[in-house]
Design a binder for this molecule. Structure first.
Ligand SMILES: Cc1cc2nc3c(=O)[nH]c(=O)nc-3n(C[C@H](O)[C@H](O)[C@H](O)COP(=O)(O)OP(=O)(O)OC[C@H]3O[C@@H](n4cnc5c(N)ncnc54)[C@H](O)[C@@H]3O)c2cc1C
Length: 420
């Protein structure tokens, strides 16, 4: 059965017993609270408000007034985008969809009382809670680095001022200087992200400081789209990039933010800019809600509900869901499945079988774009991959330029899907 606001109200007064959600009638409009206005949370908020046509009361809790996308933030580093082109406000979600946007931090979840506490005081009640807080960092996962080092050695893995700081530090490198990146262990936000970043930093340095060097210190044996990146680096940035994997000590690294050094297996290198991307875990609020196991929040694939609390759903980077990478595309796709399921549970509207998709594009140099993607379905165990594709090495420049254009179209599409 599908209900919009008018039919819901009419049905409510005429035939109470005919409705599949009597709790709704007892308490007025059901309340959905969403924590985190990023790729997962903003999408879920918009879809629930839009598709329920006023039948559900939607509150979005997000501290920032402007959301800067991590997606395409590497292109800002490379000089292909301006920072303000990555910023999006919440005005449309409030004005066009009636979403109650609260600019505050969620500081706790009382699962018994079904309320979310706010840093500014007070508690917001919910019937269903959706958490999409993204990632936080595991302190000490890179020896010598903690959050107090982030101004000297930025992570730039949450976009905005960190990304601007990293770019300023790269631009300030002396001629022939060294940029180092400490890459994260799996699983982490955006598998090709660090390597697209290296490509964009190389592009920037090729134009501004062509004798500079890039050193990647990586604890992983292999990484996403490795053959495509390595081919591109040899073609565009020959001799500029060196990667030290675990065989040569990439998994035994200590940094010193005061001395600006990187110690790899006992060998100390002085660097001029250093991007430390630490190991990651679910945004802290998921842990505070008591729905994490290890570093992530396990969910049921069919509706993204927490395995520990059926009234809480977890989206995006914070959840442990199965085969999907931690990407904005994935979070957006999961949000639509979740929005449909939550609306169905609260208003009795039709719930469609869960289907998910993801594509991750990366830019290697001007008009040289590559991609990897897959489709997924919900099984009892997890979100399971159905089939996938990846760009081939040796593609023509026309194909690569078309892939880049496709990524620009995707950026415009996903940001309007999130913010209206
Ligand atoms: C360099 C880089 C490049 C990337 N490129 C791509 C790409 O090309 N394509 C792609 O699909 N993905 C890309 N990603 C990944 C993508 O950005 C993330 O996977 C995606 O943003 C995850 O969405 P999310 O909703 O889980 O978290 P986010 O989008 O990070 O949103 C989380 C929100 O929650 C808020 N929040 C956190 N805690 C609280 C709290 N306690 N109370 C209230 N609000 C809170 C935060 O302020 C934030 O706005 C990239 C990431 C990086 C770092």
């Amino acid at each position: 059965m599908s209900l919009n606001r008018r039919t819901f109200m009419a049905a409510a007064s005429a035939a109470v017993t005919a409705l599949s959600a009597p709790m709704v009638l007892a308490q007025g409009r059901p309340r959905v609270v969403i924590v985190g206005g990023g790729a997962g949370g903003a999408t879920a908020a918009r879809y629930i408000a839009k598709d329920s046509d006023g039948a559900i009361d939607v509150t979005l809790i997000e501290p920032s007034r402007q959301y800067y996308t991590c997606f395409f933030s590497n292109l800002y580093l490379g000089g292909f985008r301006e920072m303000n082109s990555l910023g999006h406000s919440y005005g449309g979600l409030a004005a066009d969809y009636g979403i109650n946007v609260v600019h505050d931090w969620a500081t706790g979840v009382d699962r018994e009382a079904k309320t979310v506490a706010l840093a500014g005081g007070g508690a917001v009640p919910y019937d269903r809670l959706i958490l999409s807080p993204g990632i936080d960092f595991i302190e000490g996962s890179v020896a010598g680095w903690d959050l107090s080092s982030q101004n000297a050695m930025p992570h730039a893995y949450k976009a905005g001022s960190q990304t601007e700081l990293l770019k300023a530090q790269i631009m300030a490198m002396p001629e022939g200087g060294t940029f180092a990146m400490v890459a994260p262990p799996n699983p982490y936000r955006c598998p090709p992200g660090p390597y697209e970043r290296v490509s964009m930093v190389a592009h920037l340095l090729k134009n501004t400081n062509p004798t500079a060097k890039i050193l990647i210190v990586d604890p992983k044996e292999k990484f996403s789209k490795q053959a495509l990146f390595e081919e591109g680096w040899a073609k565009h940035y020959d001799g500029m990039i060196e990667r030290v994997g675990p065989d040569f000590g990439g998994d035994n690294v200590t940094v010193d933010a005061n001395a600006m050094t990187v110690d790899i297996d006992g060998e100390v290198t002085k660097v001029d800019a250093c991007n430390v991307i630490p190991a990651m875990k679910a945004g802290h609020i998921a842990e505070m809600a008591g729905i994490t196991e290890g570093n992530w929040a396990p969910v049921n694939a069919a509706d993204m509900s927490s395995k520990m609390d059926e009234n809480i759903h977890v989206l995006g980077d914070a959840c442990a869901q199965g085969d999907m990478p931690k990407s904005g595309f994935s979070a957006n796709s999961q949000a639509k499945v979740c929005a449909n399921a939550v609306r169905g549970a609260l208003t009795g509207s039709t719930v469609f079988p869960a289907r998910f998709a993801n594509t991750c594009w990366s830019l290697i140099d001007t008009d040289d774009g590559v991609k990897v993607g897959a489709t997924y379905e919900a099984t009892d165990e997890k979100i399971a991959k159905v089939d996938g594709f990846i760009s081939a090495t040796g593609e023509t420049s026309e194909v690569r330029a078309a892939t880049y254009r496709e990524s620009v179209g995707w950026y415009d599409g996903i940001t309007s899907d999130m913010f209206g």
